[in-house]
Design a protein around this ligand. Structure first.
Ligand code: NAP
Length: 246
């Protein structure tokens, strides 16, 4: 059987990087999208190849339609038809109350987290519908239901929209043999917190969860890889919360 070819957006670092490696171990070839950190992308690609998979890296901003088209075209040209998408690229913008958040931050978070997820899902749907099979996993957040007051309500709102995308697209594409699910991580130990100026957030907030710690990127990757696998063949339209009980 041909190996699945899976596009992972935001595959250079954090949850996306762990997902690329886990998918490689589980038999996927990987198309690794990133936007800025080429060195991290190449490091992760090396780990993917060391796990026995083929990997191509593509610099592509998911909020830009032409970049998304190029991401999928490069995938098809180098590794073959895309069979899977992990819609993972995301940003939190800044931390603080909505009243104090700049319009430019709101716009960027909506453009990356929501428009980017829509553009990638649309491209995947076009490719997969033509083949009559495929799998999509959207990376949401526990913030979608918690709301993230005082931290980033704007970010939480985009993730709630991503959950609605998951539900609707699963219903739209199910009859065509395409499954669509989401994973909603809780607080995970990645660089995203330092990017927002709060490097201690994972430890601090993680300690308040029922499991008493932040999650690791590999624990999210495991959930994503299961949803991508035939083991999850009757699972669609679901959002799997992996949040330490939060
Ligand atoms: P991270 O460590 O900051 O990594 C973000 C990744 O997304 C990087 O690979 C980055 O690429 C890429 N990226 C950012 N903007 C992009 C764009 N416009 N186009 C393409 N790629 C872009 O973040 P993370 O913690 O792994 O988060 C991954 C996903 O999980 C996000 O959707 C996030 O909202 C979600 N999540 C995270 C947590 C958490 O606590 N960490 C909790 C819930 C949900 P470069 O390396 O090139 O910059």
């Amino acid at each position: 059987m041909a190996r699945p070819v899976t596009v992972v957006t935001g595959g250079s670092r954090g949850i996306g990087a762990a997902t690329c490696v886990r998918l490689a171990v589980d038999g996927h070839d990987v198309v690794l999208g990133y936007v800025r950190d080429g060195e991290a992308a190449e490091r992760t690609a090396s780990a993917v190849r060391a796990a026995g998979a083929q990997c191509v890296t593509v610099r592509a901003d998911t909020s830009v339609e032409a970049d998304v088209d190029r991401l999928f075209a490069t995938a098809a040209d180098t590794l073959g038809p895309v069979t899977g998408l992990v819609n993972n690229a995301g940003v939190t913008g800044s931390q603080g109350r909505l009243a104090d958040t700049d319009t430019a931050v709101l716009r960027r978070v909506v453009e990356v987290n929501l428009l980017g997820a829509l553009l990638c899902a649309r491209r995947a749907a076009q490719v997969m519908s033509a083949r009559g099979s495929g799998v999509i996993v959207n990376v949401s957040s526990a913030a979608a239901t918690l709301g993230s007051p005082g931290e980033y309500v704007h970010y939480a709102a985009t993730k709630a929209a991503v959950d609605t995308l998951t539900v609707g697209l699963a219903k739209e594409l199910g009859p065509e043999g395409i499954r669509v699910n989401g994973v909603a991580p809780g607080v995970i130990d990645t660089e995203i917190h330092a990017t927002t100026g709060d490097p201690g957030r994972a430890d601090r907030v993680g300690a308040t969860t029922p499991l008493g710690r932040a999650g690791q990127a590999e624990e999210i990757a495991a959930a994503i890889s299961w949803l991508m696998s035939p083991e999850a063949s009757y699972t669609t339209g679901g959002v799997l919360r992996v949040a330490g009980g939060r």
